[in-house]
Design a binder for this molecule. Structure first.
Ligand code: SF4
Ligand SMILES: [Zn+2]
Ligand SMILES: [Zn+2]
Length: 308
């Protein structure tokens, strides 16, 4: 196959665009998708300080790479969740990447300061991933607020967003559908959150990472096995194989139509967040989900101040 834009051989096939690109034009295509995402949602500018949440995997390190190459002011944030060898290996990848691009990496050692995610999930009787989600969202926001960052950027891609939308629709979680967006604006106590890779698939990110020699952790989090998110991704990939472009259409058309879909007040907007009376972070109840989680540690006899 020839590159869509020149006479060179295509090294990356893009079935959803019914074309392929050579190395140079693939990287151009990739960077253009990121620029388009940033511009369309007015995510940030070069004056902003960006906190890039990294896990050591391909999506987050690619995000950091592309933002850094584009001249943005970036700092990485890694949260050690205490997931055994996986956490150790992912921290190493994040640290060596930060060193390579000469940028600061902030590390929150959650497992040492509180407990590992599995233990906290067992105590609170939540799933591992929902416990992990509460912890990550809390520290993304807290670190950004405390250290004066303007924006928190995460590496969510088109596959993540389409799978999430499918899951929310299958359960008719309309309020979650309404809120799903590549941009969550700032509010009292909440730093703006953005997903600049939302226009790119996992496969395209893997190609960009390969072409740019990004050394990421290939191993998936052991707790991701069998999660509904992975099942929805798998289903969408099977549909995509039969009908290329469906995933793109499903999510992009949702974004196009979301405002119309919810303009009739069918879904009531929730009140603005209040502030947790314990930690002062935003929440929808009097005490935030993170403080309620750490209550389980206190009740089990291990306070957050005592290392696990
Ligand atoms: S798979 Fe679940 S536990 Fe593992 S990092 Fe993701 S959200 Fe956290
Ligand atoms: Zn080309
Ligand atoms: Zn709190």
């Amino acid at each position: 196959m020839k590159c869509r834009l020149c006479d060179s051989t295509a090294i990356a096939a893009l079935p959803r665009h019914n074309s392929g690109f050579c190395r140079t034009h693939f990287i151009e295509f990739f960077q253009k998708q990121v620029r388009k995402a940033i511009r369309k949602y007015a995510m940030f500018s070069r004056k902003d300080r960006l906190l890039v949440c990294v896990s050591g995997g391909k999506d987050s390190l690619t995000l950091w790479h592309v933002l850094n190459e584009s001249g943005y002011d970036t700092t990485g944030l890694y949260i050690d969740l205490g997931i055994g060898g996986y956490s150790r290996a992912s921290l190493e990848k994040a640290e060596s990447f930060a060193e390579g691009i000469k940028r600061e990496l902030i590390v929150v050692d959650f497992a040492r300061e509180y407990a590992d995610i599995k233990r906290l999930a067992a105590l609170s009787k939540r799933t591992d991933c929902s416990t992990c989600g509460v912890v990550k969202r809390y520290f993304f926001n807290r670190v950004a607020l405390e250290q004066g960052f303007d924006v928190v950027a995460t590496g969510h891609n088109l596959d993540d967003e389409a799978a999430r939308l499918l899951g929310n629709i299958l359960r008719w979680q309309i309020d979650l559908v309404r809120k799903q967006s590549p941009l969550l604006d700032s509010d009292e106590g909440l730093v703006k959150k953005v997903k600049p890779l939302f226009r790119l698939t996992e496969q395209e990110i893997a190609i960009y990472a390969f072409l740019n020699r990004i050394d990421y952790l290939r191993e998936e989090c052991p707790m991701s096995r069998g999660t509904t998110g992975l099942i929805y991704k798998d289903i969408l990939n099977r549909i995509e194989l039969e009908s290329p472009g469906t995933k793109h259409f499903f999510y992009f058309q949702f974004l196009e139509r979301r405002d119309d879909l919810f303009s009739d007040g069918a879904v009531e907007r929730k009140d603005r967040p209040s502030l947790c009376r314990r930690c002062g972070m935003p929440c929808s109840e009097q005490v935030c989900a993170f403080c309620r989680l750490t209550d389980y540690l206190k009740r089990s006899g291990q306070t957050p101040d005592e290392p696990a």
